[in-house]
Design a protein around this ligand. Structure first.
Ligand code: KG4
Ligand code: ZN
Length: 337
């Protein structure tokens, strides 16, 4: 089954053709990073406008690379939630138009489910059940993936996402957008012990996270040092905050996996590209005897191939969109459209 997949949930316009949920026939991405960099973060209005401008061209490009036409496609899939509402609406409306005009089934895909599904492309034999840590710019979840379409949230952040904490720390350290990857690169030789960081825990909820206090601590420490005329070592501060975030993530996932007796750990989302996170999970899983799966770097961030992968399983489960499909800015991962 060949699925045309469309992703416009944030600042990347992406289109892909994916076969049977596992094989990429084409995958193209138009990034808007250069423009949002001017503002230090994503400007939703600009993101929507750019999606409108490039989506048709990008779809043609995806067909050209796959050497297919719309007649070869069995279904159209689109990220319909969660994300920036104006941005999502561009993809949803475009996909609806195609599905109606060419009489194809329309498959709505949850953005976080698709992040998890990026791993189905990288690991052809990976199947649920497993435990997934989903770490992106807006979400931090520990999810028990019971089947391709059945999820139980075991823990999540009570406030900021891990990506938000890293992005704002990077911005305060003077690094340009997108902060997470720049912080990762600049901190490679940093000393994570030079600055002591809080390791926030949520009382009574061992699998939940709280990153807003850590974010505020970093911002205040940088500002206090500046006021005293002291220079902050960017590499050391970056290494300290990344390690504090990764400590929290590894601790909670390890506890959850042991408690639930799940031995397959699957990382997903943009922050799973982080080099320290990947190394630390590799060590943890080796020590504990867990199997570790993490997407290749090109599939960690937003892309449409992962949407096509998840869409295949949504289709098999009968989760198709009705013609009044709308986009949603927020939506729990265990809810259906
Ligand atoms: O999944 P994603 O591409 O978009 C959302 O759904 O939010 O995740 C974006 C997040 C941003 O916070 C970005 O800074 C972070 O992923 N990120 C990283 C790295 N690459 C991307 N964070 C830390 N280290 C990286 N190498
Ligand atoms: Zn994402």
């Amino acid at each position: 089954m060949k699925i045309l997949a469309i992703e416009t949930s944030c600042d990347e316009t992406a289109v892909a053709v994916v076969e049977d949920g596992r094989k990429i026939l084409s995958s193209v991405i138009a990034s808007q990073i250069e423009e949002h960099k001017l503002y230090g973060g994503v400007v939703p209005e600009i993101a929507s406008r750019r999606h409108v401008e490039v989506i048709s061209k990008l779809t043609k490009e995806a067909f050209r690379i796959a050497n297919l036409t719309i007649d070869d496609i069995d279904a159209v899939a689109v990220t319909a939630a969660p994300g920036l509402i104006g941005a999502l609406l561009v993809g949803v409306n475009f996909a609806k138009g195609l599905a109606m005009r060419y009489n194809k089934p329309l498959i709505p895909v949850h953005h976080l489910r698709s992040h998890v599904a990026a791993n189905y492309i990288c690991y052809p034999n990976l199947e649920p059940p497993f435990l997934s840590l989903i770490v992106s710019g807006g979400h931090t979840h520990i999810v028990s993936v019971k089947s391709y379409t059945d999820y139980e949230v075991i823990g999540c952040t009570r406030d900021d996402a891990a990506g938000e904490c890293l992005d704002k720390s990077a911005r305060t350290l003077g690094l340009s957008y997108p902060g997470g990857v720049n912080l990762d690169n600049i901190s490679k030789d940093g000393d994570p012990t030079k600055y002591k960081m809080p390791h926030p825990k949520v009382d009574g909820s061992p699998y939940d996270f709280s990153f807003s206090g850590l974010k505020t601590f970093v911002i205040n420490t940088i500002h206090n040092n500046e006021q005293k005329g002291e220079t902050v070592d960017v590499a050391d501060m970056g290494a300290a905050v990344i390690n504090a975030v990764v400590d929290c993530l590894t601790d909670n996932v390890s506890k959850a996996a042991k408690e639930l007796g799940i031995t397959k750990i699957v990382l997903s989302g943009g922050v799973s590209a982080n080099s320290v996170l990947r190394e630390r999970f590799a060590t943890l899983c080796k020590e504990e005897g867990f199997e570790l799966y993490m997407p290749e770097l090109s599939l960690c961030g937003d892309n449409a191939a992962m949407v096509g992968a998840q869409a295949f399983y949504e289709y098999k489960a009968g989760n198709l969109a009705k013609i009044d499909l709308n986009a949603r800015a927020t939506m729990p991962i265990n809810e259906e459209f």
